[in-house]
Design a protein around this ligand. Structure first.
Ligand code: DX5
Ligand code: ZN
Length: 218
């Protein structure tokens, strides 16, 4: 059974009205805040860093799900723990010693996530799936909001779900990028537990209704 959670991505919020947008998410049916940290090296874009997360944390009342799109994320594990991240996700492609990184995240008191770029096979996680709390399947190439959903994601989610079941693990599956009301239910049906949505939520006239439409439509 999938849990059907929604994690609005703050990257698509209005940074000049951040407190207002955070309160909208607090009062909505959303489950988590998704925070995209980009370094301009691992991905071709820079988003924001610690000072902005600190401001978000001041008002956010839900789980803080941090997605690090940075090289050498080990350097910042303690920083994000201190900032109050509940889940810290690193990229498979950025971690030559993934097992060590995962252990460091957990030792710092956070849940550990691993994100996979669109070309990365889910089977690369076969020997570490037990240690991972969440796998974030990228359904766009990371770096920007508002991109087009990659259709092969359904197959990846299904293969990942089978791997998790087969290994008797309790890892959550998150899908990130291009999520709309056109693909949300199909993704939940394929085995996704959490859907990240940026532009679909914050470009909507009523973000709260947009969140509910992702969570409850069938
Ligand atoms: C992409 C980010 C996503 C992004 C999602 O690199 O990881 O979380 O904010 O935005 P949308 O939903 O607009 O694709
Ligand atoms: Zn993200």
């Amino acid at each position: 059974m999938s849990s059907k959670m929604i994690a609005p991505s703050i990257l698509a919020a209005d940074f000049a009205n951040l407190q207002r947008d955070i309160e909208i998410i607090n009062k909505s049916d959303a489950d988590w805040f998704h925070i995209d940290i980009m370094d301009g090296v691992f991905v071709p874009n820079i988003s924001f860093g610690a000072p902005v997360l600190k401001a978000i944390k001041k008002y956010a009342t839900k789980t803080i799900d941090v997605h690090l799109m940075i090289v050498d994320p080990d350097r910042y594990v303690d920083t994000f723990a201190e900032l109050g991240a509940n889940i810290l996700t690193v990229h498979y492609e950025a971690c030559p010693h993934l097992h060590r990184t995962i252990q460091a995240i957990k030792s710092a008191g956070m849940k550990a996530g691993v994100a996979l770029n669109p070309h990365t096979n889910v089977n690369h996680l076969e020997n570490i799936i037990h240690d991972i709390d969440l796998v974030c399947v990228m359904s766009v190439n990371p770096g920007f909001g508002g991109q087009h959903f990659i259709e092969n994601t359904y197959n990846k989610v299904k293969s990942l779900k089978a791997l998790i079941k087969n290994k008797n693990a309790d890892t959550l599956i998150e899908v990130d990028g291009g999520v709309t009301d056109q693909n949300a239910q199909k993704l939940f049906n394929a085995g996704a537990d959490v859907l990240v949505a940026g532009s679909f939520v914050f470009n909507a006239n009523n973000p709260s209704e947009a969140i509910s439409s992702l969570k409850y439509s069938d």
